[in-house]
Design a protein around this ligand. Structure first.
Ligand code: ADP
Ligand code: MG
Length: 395
């Protein structure tokens, strides 16, 4: 990475503003259901503690839309962090108000203060200068470790860097190393698996991966736009009529670039979108009206497995079916299991829903790298510049 990290500057005893991604899922009682993002932030925080820093942490949680809303408070995060660190993390009652000022003005070395949800302030997502300046005035150094929001130019992710020396934390460094190295120097064969709902979400990433991979496997809802463009009837399957030309274009590009494009040959179809819909397996060119494809079929899974097994590098983004429902999760499970059993292969997972599926199956430890950023990892794979990274000091 050509950007400075916390290892590249003198931090001893400094007051630091650290943007983390504590956007964790909560259940109805506001319990954290997956603390992975908090755990991933620990190496940076521990390093700052070792360097006797005064640590101000900031994050967003959910979409409070610029208003103070109790259900989006970072209180559960403060508690979890305190537990994981074995050390008190004080939560300010506001973002930059009296409570935040009182707590951050009077810090000793090794103190940790977590500001309230930065999106309680409507200026955050507009990247307003006034807020960026207020954040900057709290500290001497800005550390961005929030990979999950690195694709957003907000006050606490990028704006603040105009007024303070800015470096990355260990998590951003790790994400860029894995995603970047995998793309730039892949061990071949290099296979990408793209799934998810819509072609339109993944156009950029497909286009950029076609320049790099040997094989591109397509599953999930977006396969049906490809089928439709090939003249198949897709019944009620999710399909983007306005992307048919684009699907053709992508297929042409694959051929041109000598990339093997693998589409499902059979599907699990259902008569409605529900947990206990009637379902059956059918070939891709036979989907009847009134039915929709919600998972890849068993023949397809075998084909996908065989492709994956030969790979030395795999990038996976997006479940290959409606994996939230048990009945349509077999394809995604099968792909995850195949990846988990690979011996000599680099496996990188770059999507929120794919990561959640792998976590649920208990295969997280078997992957080389699971990105903490859904949207950010997609934009990175597309080759876009991420504002939260661009704003950091060059090495
Ligand atoms: P990721 O978060 O891993 O990038 P996406 O958000 O792009 O993945 O896509 C995941 C969503 O796509 C899931 O909600 C999943 O249920 C849905 N999906 C996958 N296949 C289908 C399908 N055939 N029909 C409808 N929805 C699908
Ligand atoms: Mg998603």
């Amino acid at each position: 990475m050509n950007k400075k990290t916390i290892k590249d500057i003198d931090l001893k005893g400094k007051k630091v503003f650290v943007r983390c991604d504590f956007n964790v899922p909560l259940d109805e009682e506001l319990n954290i259901t997956d603390n992975r993002r908090i755990v991933e932030a620990l190496p940076t925080i521990k390093y700052l503690l070792e360097n006797d820093c005064k640590i101000i942490l900031a994050s967003h949680l959910g979409r409070p839309n610029g208003e103070v809303k109790k259900e989006f408070s970072l209180l559960p995060v403060a508690k979890e962090l305190s537990k994981l660190l074995g050390k008190e993390v004080k939560l300010a009652e506001d973002v930059i108000g009296e409570s935040a000022k009182a707590l951050t003005n009077n810090m000793n070395n090794g103190d940790i203060v977590l500001l309230e949800n930065v999106r309680f302030d409507a200026r955050e997502e507009k990247n307003e200068e006034s807020l960026s300046k207020e954040f900057a005035s709290m500290a001497e150094i800005f550390i961005n470790d929030a990979f999950g929001t690195a694709h957003r130019a907000h006050s606490s992710t990028a704006g603040i860097a105009e007024y303070l020396p800015a470096v990355s934390g260990f998590l951003i460094e790790k994400e860029l190393n894995f995603l970047g190295n995998t793309l730039e120097n892949p061990k071949r064969p290099f296979v990408a698996i793209l799934g998810g709902k819509k072609v339109s979400d993944k156009i950029g990433v497909m286009d950029s991966l076609l320049e790099k991979v040997d094989t591109l496997i397509i599953g999930g809802g977006m396969a049906y736009t490809f089928f439709k463009s090939m003249g198949y009837s897709v019944g009620d399957s999710i399909c983007e009529e306005d992307k048919l030309d684009l699907a053709k274009e992508l297929m042409r590009k694959a051929e041109q670039k000598n990339v093997k494009l693998v589409l499902p040959v059979d599907n699990v179809i259902a008569d409605e979108l529900s947990k206990d819909a009637n379902s059956r397996v059918i070939d891709s060119d036979q989907i009847p009206d009134g039915w929709e494809g919600l998972d890849i079929g068993p023949k397809t899974l075998k084909i996908f497995e065989n492709e994956i097994k030969t790979a030395k590098t795999v990038i996976w983004n997006g479940p290959v079916g409606l994996s939230e429902y048990e009945k349509f999760a077999n394809g995604t499970k099968g792909v995850a299991e195949t990846l988990a059993n690979l011996k000599d292969c680099i496996t990188v997972i770059g999507g929120g829903d794919s990561a959640a599926a792998i976590e649920k199956l208990g295969f997280s430890d078997k992957m080389t790298h699971i990105s903490t950023g859904g949207g950010a990892s997609l934009e990175f794979l597309e080759g876009k510049k991420l504002p939260g990274i661009e704003c950091l000091l060059d090495k």
